[in-house]
Design a protein around this ligand. Structure first.
Ligand SMILES: C[S@@+](CC[C@H](N)C(=O)[O-])C[C@H]1O[C@@H](n2cnc3c(N)ncnc32)[C@H](O)[C@@H]1O
Length: 276
């Protein structure tokens, strides 16, 4: 019989499930986050007619649909909080300083990777600011954007957003680049077409080759969910993926301290840029 309310996870089930999630995404759940898995996964267990996490774990491990279920599980447990022009200082620094410096060195093609882009607000913000600065007319700019969560990527590809994505966005930017349609805002196709979205797990051994060499990486507000070992692997991969010179931006609460010392760090006032 299906229980009403939250399905409780037993200690051994929690240990096994968080290990499965870690192996497939690098996301580590602290013991205090048990309730989060219960809250986020109860509905899914009920859809599958399970009333225990034991049955769900068995399904994840052995069912013929285990790969599809892993995708659904990761879509349910990732934290996808994002909004347009978030931590804008880093974006402005890229547009006003990093790219002009690369241009001055004779570079005519620039490749940017938004490596945990969630529903697309981050790469689209970069494209909007690059457009405002007239840089698409002067340079060949390629923007790639990836995430492990296929559901948020679908939102990103649709280019349709709700008000919550616009906190702090100047009204002139919203009216110039979006068309309001009821409660939603549709991104202008000229910006939408600038981004190439794809699904990628940052811990996958093939992710670097999917992207090729890039000049600038934005990987913000995702390393906080990883343990030290996973952070090291991801940052090593970014180091290999960046060309010379390469620039990398992390979230404001993220640091390379005790993770990697191959980058030169520069504090530009509005944040930090890591340079290869
Ligand atoms: C909090 S959002 C950050 C979005 C955006 N970078 C920002 O700062 O606004 C974190 C994103 O990391 C993604 N993520 C978590 N683990 C990942 C992994 N192993 N590989 C790729 N993306 C991952 C999540 O799906 C989520 O969309």
């Amino acid at each position: 019989m299906i229980q009403s309310g939250t399905i409780k996870i037993k200690e051994d089930e929690f240990v096994e499930l968080k290990d499965i999630i870690y192996k497939n995404s690098a996301i580590s759940f602290a013991d205090s986050k048990k309730y989060l898995l219960e809250n986020r996964l109860t509905k899914r267990l009920q859809e599958l007619n399970f009333n225990s996490f034991k049955d769900y774990i068995y399904y994840l491990k052995y069912n013929v649909k285990k790969n599809e279920e892993m995708e659904i599980l990761l879509n349910l447990v990732t934290i996808n909080e994002t909004y347009f022009l978030r931590e804008r200082g880093q974006m402005d620094y890229m547009v006003k300083t990093v790219i002009p410096e690369l241009q001055a060195k004779g570079k005519r093609s620039i490749k940017i990777w938004s490596a945990a882009c969630s529903s697309g607000e981050e790469p689209y913000s970069l494209a909007i600011l690059l457009n405002e600065a007239g840089l698409f007319n002067k340079l060949n700019i390629e923007i790639m954007a990836s995430d492990i969560n296929t559901e948020v990527l679908n939102t990103a590809k649709s280019g349709v957003y709700r008000t919550v994505s616009f906190r702090g966005v100047p009204p002139n930017i919203t009216s110039k680049y979006f068309t309001k349609d009821g409660f939603t805002y549709k991104l202008d196709p000229s910006i939408k077409s600038k981004i190439k979205f794809f699904q990628a797990n940052l811990l996958s051994p093939v992710v670097g080759s999917k992207v090729g060499k890039v000049d600038i990486i934005f990987c913000r507000n995702v390393l906080i969910y990883f343990d030290v070992d996973a952070k090291k692997k991801v940052i090593d991969m970014f180091h290999r993926t960046l060309g010379m010179p390469g620039h990398m931006f992390l979230g404001h609460s993220e640091t390379l301290n005790k993770i990697n010392d191959s980058f030169t760090m520069k504090n530009f006032g509005g944040g930090i840029v890591y340079m290869k």
